[in-house]
Design a protein around this ligand. Structure first.
Ligand code: DGP
Ligand code: NA
Ligand code: NA
Length: 185
């Protein structure tokens, strides 16, 4: 049987450079002979993903709790396929995961523990890479886009919520210009 792949989660605020770093990491893993694939949440292609996409583009409105549960469902529906890939030896680099779920919803004012519950039982990451960047730096890198959460005040709160979530599996990667440490191990 193949050795199980690693579940590597990459988290950060919007404009932290996550997408590029995820692509680089997958390419590096592949070049060094590993089976590796990129996974992105939310997956906007599924039924739940289409509702999430519409909400993020502000084409529809949803109760904060309801959208929180949709984001979680969007992860749950992928678990079987991801589990099979890991078991067959593929390492997965995951662009956003349950930490984003908790950080964004609790930044909007929902109770942190309530936010954690729906994601309990998802595959546990082997490592979480947190790309830290101050919101000032994020804005300098081209500014935020037009989506619902891409606003300075909310992003500042999201970064504070992420700081509450870190544990031993986290490695905080200080992006250029980031001054505040979220716990380097
Ligand atoms: P992205 O496609 O990575 O740009 O993510 C879309 C936006 O949704 C971004 O502002 C982060 C936010 N987001 C990602 N996952 C979740 C989640 O599970 N819950 C909430 N509330 N927001 C999320
Ligand atoms: Na975004
Ligand atoms: Na939400």
């Amino acid at each position: 049987m193949a050795q199980r792949g690693l579940l590597i989660v990459v988290e950060g605020c919007d404009r932290s450079g996550k997408s590029t770093q995820c692509e680089n990491l997958v390419a590096q893993l592949q070049q060094s002979g590993n089976n590796a694939e990129l996974v992105k949440f939310p997956d906007r292609t599924t039924q739940t993903g289409k509702m999430i996409d519409s909400y993020l583009q502000q084409k529809s409105d949803l109760d904060d709790h309801a959208i929180h549960l949709l984001f979680s469902a969007n992860r749950w529906e992928a678990m079987k396929a991801l589990s099979e890939k890991l078991n067959s030896g593929t390492t997965l680099v995951v662009d956003r995961y349950a930490f984003s779920g908790v950080a964004f919803s609790s930044a909007k004012g929902l109770d942190l523990e309530w936010c954690r519950n729906p994601d309990i039982g998802l595959l546990t990451p082997d490592i979480v890479l947190f790309l830290d960047l101050t919101i000032d730096e994020a804005e300098k890198r081209g500014g935020f886009g037009q989506e619902r959460y891409e606003k300075r005040e909310l992003q500042i709160k999201v970064r504070d919520e992420f700081a509450k979530l870190q544990d031993d599996t986290w490695k905080s990667v200080q992006r250029e210009g980031s001054t505040r440490h979220l716990g380097c191990h």
